[in-house]
Design a protein around this ligand. Structure first.
Ligand SMILES: Nc1ncnc2c1ncn2[C@@H]1O[C@H](COP(=O)(O)OP(=O)(O)OP(=O)(O)O)[C@@H](O)[C@H]1O
Ligand code: NI
Length: 327
């Protein structure tokens, strides 16, 4: 496999949803690369388009989505948007796996976790039930489920939320995918369990050299677990950089605002979060200007009428007419 070809390359992906007040530009010219063995964090406030992007990659959007021509989602160099339904089925769940926020949506409540794991492996890998049974036990052990031999016969409701999410992770890695997409994998869990699950994902990603797209609204989480971070706002990627350089030198004022909203250790318990003033924007199709302009303290007149083009910067890019300078 050519090392220069990214595992995942999204190129100029745009799509809109019709609404009673016009077409909402849910994704606007999205471009990103993800390489094998790397974790890319996708961060942004609620409604910025993170889930739409992850579902677009797997073509799991409703038929109402209006795709703009010319966009590509290349996986190992092959454009997934050009694949037929059957080709896509062979990729989904097998070569690209996805983990959602709520573990119950991924589990069948009336079947044991062992049956679900084994079915998946028999279907995708064509192995015998006996072999699948052995692998199911190994997987449960790998994701840190204690006494897997007895847990394997339990139903999802017999497990705690954290254990259920571990089972979902076992299902996701069962077919040895190259790419794992995790959309807010811990938001439904207790705070103490969240870190354990993120650690587990990170460990599995590193040991199996998978690419991981980790979606979170929490820049602090992205900082802890991702090599690179892409910041999303109103359907656009507004900044992308290696984690360390993003934190050392954010260029887009929105990224800076997100950083300032990360709770700090020295904050009073229960103090109000430093949230960004104003409401996140929704962009309509064809709307010009920087989507963040309405909330930005560095706004200039051009920000209101010209959409900033991506500017290359230290291995990534930002979109801003009046970027922050180095500290
Ligand atoms: N099926 C749909 N039909 C119409 N609009 C949609 C649809 N799915 C998403 N949208 C719109 O697309 C935008 C992006 O939504 P998305 O769910 O991707 O946000 P998000 O960044 O994942 O937010 P959250 O952090 O709350 O999960 C929103 O304005 C949403 O209303
Ligand atoms: Ni979402």
């Amino acid at each position: 496999m050519n090392a220069a070809v990214p595992l995942l390359a999204v190129e100029h992906l745009s799509l809109a949803f019709p609404t009673p007040t016009g077409r909402v530009q849910a994704l606007d010219d999205i471009c990103l690369d993800l390489h094998r063995g790397r974790t890319l964090g996708l961060v942004g406030e609620s409604g910025s388009g993170k889930s739409v992007l992850s579902r677009a990659i797997l073509r799991l959007l409703p038929p109402s989505a209006q795709w703009s021509p010319g966009g590509q989602v290349r996986f190992h160099g092959e454009n997934l948007l050009a694949l037929g339904g059957k080709g896509m089925q062979q990729i989904r769940g097998r070569r690209i796996a996805m983990i959602f926020q709520d573990p119950m949506t991924a589990l069948n409540p009336v079947r044991t976790i062992g049956t679900q794991l084994m079915e998946r492996m028999c279907l995708h890998l064509g192995i015998s039930r006996r072999e699948a049974g052995q692998r199911a036990l190994d997987l449960l052990k790998q994701v840190g489920i204690p006494s897997p031999a007895s847990r394997i016969n339990q139903f999802p409701h017999e497990l705690s939320g954290g254990m259920r999410q571990r089972v979902v992770i076992a299902m996701a890695i069962a077919c040895e995918p190259d790419l794992l997409i995790a959309d807010e994998p811990t938001t439904a869990l207790d705070v103490t369990v969240q870190a354990e699950i993120l650690e587990l994902l990170k460990e599995l990603q590193a040991s199996r050299q998978m690419g991981m797209l980790l979606i979170t609204h929490d820049l602090g989480v992205a900082a802890g677990y991702c090599d690179d971070i892409a910041v999303m706002y109103a359907g656009q990627l507004v900044e992308m950089a290696a984690t360390e350089s993003l934190f050392r030198r954010p260029r887009m004022p929105y990224t800076r605002a997100l950083m300032d909203s990360i709770p700090r250790m020295e904050d009073e318990p229960h103090s109000t979060l430093h949230s960004i003033p104003g409401r996140p924007a929704v962009r309509m199709e064809g709307q010009a200007g920087c989507p963040f302009a309405g909330r930005c303290s560095r706004r200039r007149s051009e920000c209101l009428d010209t959409t900033p083009e991506p500017m290359q910067a230290s291995g990534g890019f930002y979109r801003c007419h009046n970027p922050l300078e180095a500290p």
